[in-house]
Design a protein around this ligand. Sequence first.
Ligand SMILES: Nc1ncnc2c1ncn2[C@@H]1O[C@H](COP(=O)(O)OP(=O)(O)OP(=O)(O)O)[C@@H](O)[C@H]1O
Length: 265
Amino acid sequence: MLQHEPESASRPGSLETRDLTIRFGGHVAVNAVSCRFAPGTLTAIVGPNGAGKTTYFNLISGQLHASAGQVLLDGRDISSLAASARTHAGLGRAFQLTSLFPNLSVLENVRLALQSRRRIGLDMWNVWTRHGALIERADELLESVALQARRDAPAASLPHGDQRKLEVALLMALDPQVYMFDEPTAGMSVDEVPVVLDLIRKLKARRDKTILLVEHKMDVVRELADRIIVLHNGTLMADGEPEAVIASPVVQQAYLGQAPVEEAA
Ligand SMILES: Nc1ncnc2c1ncn2[C@@H]1O[C@H](COP(=O)(O)OP(=O)(O)OP(=O)(O)O)[C@@H](O)[C@H]1O
């Protein structure tokens, strides 16, 4: 299987996991996963249910702390940082709306995300002159996810599909170096899916961000991914260009729910 060349750790957004491992009791959910993710590429992380994809994401974003191994961002070991500190360092993951401001409007949530990124100071003149610009940018972002009509609604009142779109808008507002999307279109209606996929497509076209995507829909993966890594039983089973990975017997067997060739022998 094709292995990717290591990228220079000096490029902003270079992400690496080294022997990343987490055990829950006796169960090893992520097992010594070593992988580099380069700026300008979109890597899809696939695997059967329970393979460890979300747990791997949680370890990278800091929702979980590893039992062993490291996460490095731009060559710096961030394994001991809390999730919020990792966000400040440039790792962006779609927010859980419950941890945001459910009673504030959709627009206010986006404005606050923009503001946190720009770290506007307490200078009142700055605050008022920039306030208009922030609202304008927040409106643009809402437009890009087709949420303009819901801008004044409390975030918590949005139906599920709209909440997912808001999560994407908030991530765009933060504009991190590393974008992490965990099944971004899950639970969306057919007409909502293209809006989000189009945003990811545009983000990818910029070629300056590191994008990680956990996704079950193989047609989406095929279209968007530069590279696919496959997790199976917590281990990195395959890593390479999409067509080669999808066609490989180990992946086919894993997706059919059978044991991979090596294990079956
Ligand atoms: N907090 C936890 N405590 C105990 N076991 C856990 C915990 N979180 C995850 N696991 C287990 O770790 C394994 C990997 O789960 P994970 O949710 O990461 O898989 P996944 O590949 O994201 O699956 P899916 O595609 O169904 O979302 C599963 O066996 C799961 O039951």
